[in-house]
Design a protein around this ligand. Structure first.
Ligand code: ZN
Length: 368
């Protein structure tokens, strides 16, 4: 398909073998000319090792390449793109690489490496600039009144769990670009109406623009945040390496709330001034990740029900949801009894379940 320019950016949709060869040599030439970053994003239907990966977008700051993986299959990667994705020294910007990495490895044997995850960079940036995000939901540590011995135990530091933000939210918060938000919202709206949209061809113009916006916004977010605290690239690299393997490295995936939720998993971003994590030897019974022993409360350890702080929060939210549901059902039942109370029914019937003339023991009212 020809080069087109529907947004401010140049893009190319690649769905033929010759197009593929051209695109890969163009990308290789661009990255050989200078040390350039790539932005990478996968799309599909329930993207993961199990759902379909139908589109992969790889972009330089000048041009966006959208590859039709559904049509080209494994050739998309054997053309040279796989090599670029696996090259540790070729840095790739991604936004939440977890599902993309899981799908690429388990379906195409492409082991993604050299990722700089912008979702994690945003967390680092937010910690340093709390005012940057007006809707910061993380509680301030100063609010915590607990002090002393227990406060040092990891399991007590429940105020330290953090939310991760979606891409759309980051664009709104940090780029304040109406046009990007509009394109993103339109795409989301269409995908809500039809979740098979990434598998349909030809790919609609709205979705093409969505791909373009996703990769271009990654460059803009990265450029805005990369110099946080005088440069945190090393810490971001370590964090992204861990993130890229979080789902991919699992023997089995649960696809439940403990696995996919809106919190930053623990021990993904190393503590400030460090590049590693505390030794982990005890498994969380919900997310099945290993943490230091002190991550868990003594009571839970004794019962063999230990949950990490993130899983504890997920469980708490689930319980609230369940209580709400129970209450709703109780209300609905009461309402139902009220609504279906037949007009003219006597108090006698309400109490006994039948009218006096319907007395099952008194056949005199019977009409047979
Ligand atoms: Zn857990």
């Amino acid at each position: 398909m020809a080069c087109e320019n529907t947004t401010d950016y140049d893009y190319r949709f690649v769905d033929s073998d010759t197009g593929l060869q051209d695109a890969i040599s163009e990308i290789k030439q661009k990255i050989a000319e200078r040390i350039a970053l790539l932005a990478v994003d996968c799309e599909g239907n329930s993207l993961s090792r199990e759902g379909a990966l139908t589109i992969i977008t790889a972009a330089t700051e000048e041009k966006v390449y959208i590859f039709d993986v559904q049509k080209l299959g494994q050739a998309t990667f054997s053309s040279g793109l796989g090599e670029i994705l696996e090259d540790e020294s070729r840095k790739k910007l991604m936004f939440d690489c977890r599902q993309d990495s899981d799908a690429l490895w388990h379906q195409f044997k492409v082991k993604l490496s050299g990722v700089l995850d912008v979702q994690l960079l945003e967390v680092i940036y937010r910690r340093e600039n709390p005012s940057a995000s007006t809707t910061n939901t993380a509680q301030s540590p100063s609010k915590d009144k607990r002090r002393g011995r227990d406060r040092n135990r990891r399991s007590q530091r429940t105020d330290e769990i953090e939310r991760i933000y979606g891409f759309g939210r980051c664009i709104e918060l940090y780029l304040q670009d109406e046009k990007l938000v509009k394109i993103k919202d339109k795409g989301k709206e269409l995908l809500k109406e039809d979740d098979e949209l990434w598998t349909k061809r030809p790919l609609t113009d709205e979705l093409i623009q969505y791909c373009v916006v996703d990769t271009m916004a990654m460059f803009r977010l990265y450029n805005k945040m990369k110099d946080v605290n005088g440069g945190e690239q090393a810490r971001l690299r370590v964090a992204s390496d861990k993130y890229v393997d979080l789902y991919r490295g699992k023997t089995e995936r649960s696809f439940d709330e403990y696995e996919t939720n809106a919190y930053l998993p623990l021990d993904i971003i190393p503590d400030k001034g460090t590049l590693d994590f505390p030794a982990a030897n005890t498994v969380c019974t919900c997310c099945h990740r290993q943490f230091p022993h002190e991550e868990f409360s003594k009571t839970q350890l004794r019962k063999g029900e230990q949950k990490c702080r993130v899983c504890k929060e997920i469980k708490r939210l689930e319980d609230i949801q369940q209580n709400r549901q129970d209450q709703w059902e109780r209300n609905a039942r009461e309402e139902e009894e009220y609504v279906y109370f037949p007009e003219g029914m006597s108090d006698y019937a309400w109490f006994w379940g039948y009218e006096p003339w319907e007395n099952p023991n008194d056949r005199s009212y019977s009409w047979y």
